[in-house]
Design a binder for this molecule. Structure first.
Ligand code: IP8
Length: 253
């Protein structure tokens, strides 16, 4: 059985969302130490952009399409999130993990905001031999729109479809999917409509919690169960224990 785990660290967990470009080094160090102490299976990491990429994507109007007029925004947005990735990788390496940064912009193509070309074989091979590939939400060239933003959540979906992990987890700054202040313990496609997901108040060009759940429901359709939990419960998730968050499952799971 494939023992690979895919873990996404939300952008709001590792950056200060209210302060553009500010990375939370202290929290990242704790996260890196937690991951290092549980790293006894193949692991693929993805992180969001938080305040290192979303403000740039918005400023240059990337989601509205990219042409000569705003092409400069591709480099500016990538530079912001690639800089964050370099810090994440460096802190993970400092904790003893053999982390390697992988930039989606470099080798993938999208059409209307969805990846149509994205290799995962190298990620599986890296994880298998103990390396930890670290990908991130990124700006990606788009056949129809010039360029678009591919969220870390979409990457998690595509990596999971390619690699077939045993567990997928999204660590966030909330305890799970909240409805009227309470954690929704389980979501399926048929229960989603009855849940008031609310919306992120901060700059997030890729859809906040609703975007996350929609990506994960696609995974659930393919039989892959995923979890959304608070970053403080990371050790529990990595250990395969109860994390107190939300589990997204397929209708027949
Ligand atoms: O934070 C967005 O990724 P996300 C990536 O996972 C950029 O939605 C560059 C804004």
């Amino acid at each position: 059985m494939n023992k690979t785990v895919i873990l996404k660290l939300g952008g709001s967990v590792i950056t200060e969302k209210e302060n553009a470009g500010v990375i939370d080094h202290t929290r990242l160090t704790t996260i890196a130490e937690t991951i290092a102490s549980h790293h006894d299976y193949p692991l693929i990491l993805v992180h969001g952009a938080g305040s290192c990429g979303h403000p740039e994507a918005e400023r240059f109007g990337i989601q509205g399409g990219v042409g000569e007029r705003n092409a400069i925004g591709v480099g500016e947005t990538h530079r912001a999130v690639a800089g964050l990735n370099a810090v994440v990788v460096s802190i993970l390496r400092g904790a003893g993990l053999d982390a390697i940064g992988i930039h989606p912009l470099s080798g993938s193509l999208a059409e209307n905001g969805r990846l149509i070309s994205f290799e995962t074989g190298h990620l599986a091979k890296m994880a298998e031999i103990g390396l930890v590939p670290v990908l991130h939400g990124d700006v990606v060239m788009d056949r129809a729109k010039g360029a678009c933003i591919v969220s870390g959540d979409q990457l998690v979906l595509r990596i999971a479809e390619g690699v077939g992990p045993c567990r997928v987890g999204l660590a966030t700054d909330v305890p799970g999917v909240l409805s009227c202040g309470n954690v929704v313990r389980t979501i399926t496609r048929s229960t989603l409509n009855g849940i008031n997901l609310g919306n992120s108040q901060k700059t997030d060009v890729t859809g906040g919690m609703r975007g996350k759940v929609e990506e994960l429901l696609t995974l659930a359709d393919a039989g892959i169960i995923s979890s959304i939990f608070h970053i403080d419960r990371l050790a529990a998730f990595l250990a395969g224990a109860e994390h107190g968050g939300t589990t997204i499952i397929g209708a027949d799971t």
